[in-house]
Design a protein around this ligand. Structure first.
Ligand SMILES: Cc1ncc(COP(=O)(O)O)c(C=O)c1O
Length: 424
């Protein structure tokens, strides 16, 4: 094996430098581009971000006694938008199964107006069980497919009414900003309201779009340029000799925190003409990315035996030819091993990052402990999309070492306690 360094960050922007520069050229656009597209059974509406479109949908369904059933893990902004628009006692959790790749038993409620499903780790959840639920409560089903399965499907299941997608910097399709929503044509009032309010929002100023694009230059170099990252990691290694407080982990954490690629608050805008143009040009560029994600992920996971797959990637379904369809190479471990994992990889100068995406709700419910543990155990590895075979092999070797050194002993420690529990 040649590689003993991974020149890849835990994130990836699926665009070439030429495409990157093209977004700057679009800043000179003054013409208004198309913002809505009518299809046989749904309407596609473009917006400033996926969060903005969720907020607009929530505004349409808003009423004082709105009842929502939702999966427990959502993107931070989604969790905040739900908690802002719905009384906490009216938010009901749809539990996951123990592998976090299927819905568990659906809650029995007096009424339900809206279901919000967030798909995880590049796979769609099977929503078959929602058919009866929808019939019973006559509710609307909305899904966050930003990290769902293949975008060739416009909705993950027929039962869905509204599907949300992001075109932000590390998403597919990518436009370095923006998002879109698919709304079934039968929800004509919702389509009209979302479109009308989106067009009435203050418009993003071209200079703000320019500022956002400029901020993405270092991000693009760090995430996509293997040479840049290689020198960066080596400079950090060198500096570390003089100052032990400098580390790849600390720099990755603080960089991602200050450059999340989106703002949590200033997203209620109408896109600038330049962003509209970038979105229009890239609406269907997901296919190339999905091919890369699938083939690369398949190569990556072949290094793990079934017990390691079950431990580190419990959600992986290996269904059909699709693998994980996100730029994030996600791994799971017991929550108390996350810090040792981050430190272990930091010692090997490999950038990994603790779950920066998903949050649980701020109220208590039955499966809260289980969800909290799961959410705390999520880590992003270097993005498989950008890794060479040698790097995958090296990374997997380190993961296997970690398993032997930390996971197995903690399992063995638990086993006697488990045996006592089982015997009693
Ligand atoms: C799962 C998920 N949902 C929603 C979003 C929000 O997308 P946007 O930045 O377009 O609002 C993200 C962004 O990171 C995400 O990962």
């Amino acid at each position: 094996m040649k590689s003993n360094i991974v020149k890849v960050a835990p994130d990836y922007l699926a665009l070439s430098s030429h495409e990157f520069i093209h977004h700057y050229a679009n800043l000179f656009e003054t013409k208004e581009f198309q913002h809505c597209f009518r299809y046989q059974n749904y309407m596609k509406l473009l917006g400033y971000s996926c969060r903005c479109l969720l907020e607009l949908c929530m505004q349409f369904y808003a009423k004082p006694d709105l009842v929502v059933a939702t999966t427990p893990l959502n993107h931070t902004s989604f969790r905040n938008i739900i908690e802002k628009n719905v009384k906490l006692q009216n938010i009901h959790i749809i539990p996951f199964n123990r592998h976090y790749n299927a819905l568990g038993d659906l809650p029995v409620l007096e009424k339900c107006d809206l279901v919000i499903i967030t798909h995880l780790f590049g796979q769609d959840l099977d929503l078959e069980s929602l058919i009866e639920f929808k019939k019973k409560y006559n509710c609307v089903i909305l899904e966050d497919r930003v990290q769902g399965g293949s975008f060739d499907l416009k909705f993950s299941h027929d039962v869905v009414d509204i599907a949300l997608y992001s075109m932000a910097m590390d998403k597919r399709p990518i436009a370095l900003g923006g998002g879109f929503v698919h709304i079934k044509n039968k929800h004509r009032d919702c389509i009209r309201a979302v479109e009308r309010t989106m067009l009435a929002l203050p418009q993003e100023k071209p200079r703000d779009r320019l500022r956002d694009l400029i901020k993405k230059i270092p991000t693009y170099l760090l995430y996509n340029s293997r040479t840049f990252l290689f020198y960066f990691v080596n400079v950090v290694r060198l500096l570390q000799r003089y100052n032990k407080n400098i580390s790849v982990l600390k720099i990755t954490q603080s960089y991602r925190k200050s450059n999340p690629g989106f703002g949590h608050f200033d997203y209620m805008l109408k896109p600038s003409p330049g962003l509209f143009k970038s979105m229009n040009e890239n609406l269907y560029n997901h296919r190339k990315m999905e091919r890369i994600y699938t083939t690369q992920y398949k190569k990556f996971i072949k290094y793990f035996s079934p017990p390691l797959m079950a431990y580190f990637f419990p959600w992986y379904k290996n269904k059909g030819k699709k693998g994980a369809l996100t730029p994030y190479n996600t791994i799971y471990m017991d929550e108390n091993l996350v810090q040792p994992f981050l430190e272990f990889f930091n010692r090997h100068h490999i950038s990994v990052i603790a779950n920066p995406t998903y949050k649980i709700f701020n109220f208590t419910y039955d499966s809260l402990d289980k969800d909290q543990k799961f959410n705390n155990g999520i880590v992003y590895l270097p993005s498989h999309a950008n890794m060479s075979e040698e790097e995958m092999e090296y990374l997997s070797l380190r993961i296997r070492q970690f398993y032997r050194k930390y996971v197995l002993p903690s399992k063995q420690k638990l086993e006697p306690e488990l045996n006592i529990l089982l015997r009693s």
